[in-house]
Design a protein around this ligand. Structure first.
Ligand code: ZN
Length: 347
């Protein structure tokens, strides 16, 4: 008897950890590079999945490639294309709710400032949500490698556009090198975002361990943590995160690509779940890691996870999203249906 499986690309899910530039399709990056006459590094031309050691040189290599890709995004139509394609691509993978994050600072120089940059993204997110029938929310993310005052400016911009409707700002994040910046200095920015009722979703606990998550908890009061995978190293802190109802955006392929774990089997997703953590699998930067959202679920299936367990993971992604309760209910029902449909027998 061969294993019976359902199509994971039709499993309804929420995608809560995806970066704007990192969401780009390889062919789009190549088009934009040609359009703006930019020479791409070989690693971006080849579309080979990135694999770096978990040290500073590895992170810098990742950042260099990310910056090279970002440099190809220069016009309003580039921005709109990326948003539209991110929504369409995720739709084809069963995503019913997408929360995509962007640091508008990176593109503001070409587009006349952070305000017009964000407004283009919000406008296109609204249109793409309707076009592709996906519920879309935008997360504004500040960067640890810039001054905390810049984070405050971004938090105020995010707060100004806060809302629950399609294509509104639903969250505020903090990304980039976990070794950079002083977490406490970003607390005022997170307070601004909290007052606007934005979801607080800083990165933490990927490149650095539980000590980093502890800092994030103490100073930023997160609703979800981007990654948090290394909480598995500190069961007590993990239990505290679970007790506080803080969700984790777990991105297994990203962890392996950045050398945090040797392979997929070593990523301790199961430890987090055993402790009751609410998890949303995420692709992080499919452009660099050559692995999309469904691939995260497929990877776990290859490790022996059955459909009921994978469906429960998808449920958890929806529960910890910022979707409205109506959308959540609809997507949760669709997951029940997916699981109730008998799988195809392959032989
Ligand atoms: Zn990330």
């Amino acid at each position: 008897m061969q294993p019976v499986t359902r199509d994971l690309s039709t499993l309804p899910k929420a995608h809560l950890h995806l970066h704007f530039t990192g969401s780009m399709l390889p062919e789009t990056l190549h088009d934009l590079a040609e359009l703006h006459d930019i020479r791409l590094p070989q690693a971006l031309l080849s579309n080979e999945p990135l694999r770096v050691p978990a040290d500073q040189r590895g992170w810098f290599r990742f950042q260099r490639l990310y910056t090279a890709a970002r440099a190809c995004v220069r016009t309003e139509s580039d921005m709109r294309r990326i948003v539209d394609e991110a929504v369409a691509a995720d739709r084809s993978e069963g995503v019913g709710r997408l929360e995509i994050q962007i640091d508008p600072t990176s593109y503001a120089g070409w587009l006349g400032g952070i305000t017009p940059t964000l407004e283009i993204v919000l406008d296109e997110a609204r249109a793409a949500a309707a076009r592709h029938h996906v519920d879309v929310g935008i997360i504004v993310a500040a960067s640890r490698i810039r001054h905390p005052l810049d984070a405050r400016t971004l938090a105020r911009l995010a707060a100004h556009h806060a809302g629950d409707g399609p294509g509104e700002v639903i969250g505020f994040g903090l990304s980039n090198d976990e070794h950079a910046g002083n977490t406490a200095e970003f607390a005022p920015a997170f307070r601004i975002a909290a007052r606007a009722d934005l979801a607080l979703v800083p990165h933490g606990g990927e490149l650095r361990g539980p000590d980093h998550v502890a800092e994030v908890l103490r100073h930023l009061g997160p609703d979800r943590i981007g990654h948090g995978i290394r909480l598995a190293e500190d069961p007590r802190l993990l239990d505290e995160v679970v007790a506080r109802g803080i969700g984790l955006e777990v991105c297994p392929t990203s962890n392996v690509a950045l050398g945090v774990f040797a392979d997929l089997a070593s990523v301790p997703v199961e430890t987090l779940i055993t402790h009751g953590a609410q998890i949303a699998l995420g692709a992080d930067d499919p452009l660099l890691f050559a692995s999309r959202l469904t691939d995260q679920y497929l990877g776990l299936r290859q490790l022996g996870w059955d459909d009921a367990t994978l469906a429960e993971l998808a449920r958890s992604s929806i529960r910890i999203s910022r979707a409205s309760s109506m959308v959540k209910q609809r997507l949760l029902q669709a997951i029940d249906q997916w699981l109730a449909t008998p799988p195809e027998v392959t032989d």
